[in-house]
Design a protein around this ligand. Structure first.
Ligand code: ADP
Ligand code: MG
Length: 248
């Protein structure tokens, strides 16, 4: 078995009276694709925010590569090799795809410095290769804001990949994108995992997608961990089925 890359231990987080996460534990082993599912409002995004240092947890511990990161902030955690993408994309609409990639490139440097850094030919080659990897090479000079929503998500994915993370957290990567792009994205996620060696933790609402790609799945409901197991087991777990049916 591969080493544990991310270890979340008994994490709780409340907003006023709302217990968004209660006593949640999960672990992610190197090289795996781990799914995080659960009805809307079950606390998935909150857990991501806690893991990447967006807000402090109320209780619990988070370790990344055996290093305690519970108190660290987003840039510090990013420098250790953990990145996330958002449910709503965060791209710069008035910049071209290439420019968006340029500012995403140097994980270890401050982004402002990166903008003014002279660009090397091999950097540009790497950017073009990565845009080709997600199928956006022909769009590379377009403004990111002129891409379709699905293409913007692919760009955001490429921006995360080019930073070279060890662990990438994806928040609903397929939400709002058309079925053709979904199949392409599933394929790219698998290749990023198998060939680029990036471990993935994926929040996904589309059951078909997550059953197809995840090695192991955690299911949240009402801020708590409801079940975990391999996709087949989760798919047939009556408690999970009830949580989803109850949510609609
Ligand atoms: P999911 O991603 O599973 O849909 P969220 O983690 O976004 O769920 O939300 C879980 C609960 O926490 C919801 O009830 C939501 O309204 C609440 N919540 C999330 N973020 C905040 C916040 N910043 N302030 C107040 N409540 C929040
Ligand atoms: Mg969410």
């Amino acid at each position: 078995m591969s080493a544990v890359l991310l270890d979340v231990e008994s994490v709780s987080k409340s907003f006023g009276g709302i217990e968004a996460n209660r006593d949640i534990s999960l672990s992610v082993r190197e090289g795996k694709i781990i799914g995080l599912i659960g009805p809307n409002g079950s606390g998935k995004t909150t857990l991501f925010n806690s893991i990447v240092g967006y807000h402090p947890v109320d209780k619990g511990n988070i370790r990344f590569q055996n290093k305690e990161i519970t108190q660290l902030l987003v840039p510090e955690i990013a420098r250790l090799g953990m990145l996330r993408t958002f449910q709503q994309t965060r791209i710069y609409g008035k910049m071209s795809c290439i420019q968006n990639m340029q500012i995403s490139m140097p994980l270890a440097e401050q982004s402002l410095k990166a903008v003014f850094k002279p660009f090397r030919r091999q950097d540009m080659q790497e950017i073009e290769d990565m845009l080709a990897f997600v199928g956006l090479h022909s769009k590379r000079y377009l403004l990111a804001g002129d891409l379709s929503f699905g293409q913007q998500k692919l760009l955001e994915f490429a921006m995360a990949l080019i930073a070279g993370p060890k662990l990438l957290l994806l928040d609903e990567p397929t939400a709002g994108i058309n079925p053709t792009l979904i199949n392409g994205l599933i394929d790219r996620l698998k290749v990023a995992n198998k060939e680029l060696g990036i471990t993935l933790l994926i929040i996904e609402h589309n059951m078909r997608v997550i059953m197809n790609i995840a090695d192991h799945i955690y299911c949240l409901a009402h801020g708590k961990l409801l079940a975990e197991g391999p996709p087949q087991e989760i798919q047939n777990n009556q408690i999970v089925i009830d949580a989803y049916l109850g949510a609609h």
